[in-house]
Design a protein around this ligand. Sequence first.
Ligand code: PLP
Length: 425
Amino acid sequence: MSTALAVHGGAPVRTGRAWPRWPRPAAGARAALNEVLDSGRWSIASPYLGAPTQEERFAAAFAGYLGAAHCVPTASGTAALMTALEACGVGAGDEVIVPAVSWAASASTVAGVNAVPVFADVDPDTLCLDPAAVEAAVTPATRAVVVVHLYSAVADLDGLRAVADRHGLALIEDAAQAHGAVYRGRRAGTLGDVGTFSMHHTKVLTSGEGGAAVTDDPVLARRIAHLRADGRTRAAAPPPVGLPELVETGELMGSNRCLSEFQSALLVAQLRELDAQNAARRANAERLDALLAADGFRPQTSAPGTTDRTYFGYAVGLPEQEFRGLPAGLVAEALTAELGLHVRPVYRPLYESPLYAPATRRRFDLGPDHLKRLDPGRYDLPVSRRVAAGFLTFHHAALLGDESDVRDLAAAFRKVLAGRAALAR
Ligand SMILES: *Cc1c(COP(=O)(O)O)cnc(C)c1O
């Protein structure tokens, strides 16, 4: 075998074999979609037809799976976050502490409720929000903390809960990447005041687009329900057949962020396969952890207290000494060429991300003071910078295969480590 890197024209580590596909239609998914197609009811806002909506069924199934008292499905993870923030009382001018390393929605949703995202640094091993950094970022204007369980980690929820309680802040858990993870005997998403999920195409539980907010607090659940259905909620008892099931209480103005009946029906089927898929990914990730750690790579870790990890992405740190001065993007391209799999650097710090650009939207121009508070230019967080420069990630589908896939992954990392000098030129 040639030792020249594939990115320079050498023979790639892996050829000819496809990676597992994502998404995977669950058993019964097609039948569930057909049932909705013929049912005459495609939305929760359409007339009652004598049976619970698919949305109600999914909400009950997902709440039961997580061990949450209430689940309100939403059109997206973004919608779940927006409703969670507003349900917790976050609004005009409030500060919300979010991790600097995350998907753009962590910042855009806070800005979207006229509040100010305050970026805090992350832990260098879990890549999740660091409780000490949160503590340091609290001001009299802080109203909430949104923690993200990133890639395959659960954040230090004990530490974050303590900070939130000390300052009387709402703790929102963004579990968009952690469906099924367990921390101290409880599912991720059920440890904060509200937990939010995304069912986007890429996520481990998906209906293409979709989301949910979960909580044990009936008052918060009712607020979220109103916020996601134009100020309407389901009546305590169903109406006569043919009449609308949602009642216009006017308690709280909302927007339409409802999940369709197709998506809900699909999620009921997909949820049945989540645990088996999470377990398969976990077993392969643990094998890969061992192989990569033996070569000096630093697989992402999860906070102490995590018993079941889930893998939205596999993330691993490059050996710092060996890769010093080599941009993570170049190493990622080399791995992508070896594997035929998209390997990429982890999220850039949000304050440097082209996707967080509040000045591009006039709706955020609530005065010079507000725009200045939204300005990402005032941040430089050392751990986030180091993480972005030194960690790579790839999508969880690559962990749904067998041991030979894991061997290919490890072989590619080993080959690029050995051939790194050629990348520097
Ligand atoms: C995917 C994701 C979201 C947004 O979910 P959408 O369904 O795409 O709106 C929010 N936060 C995190 C951490 C995510 O990964």
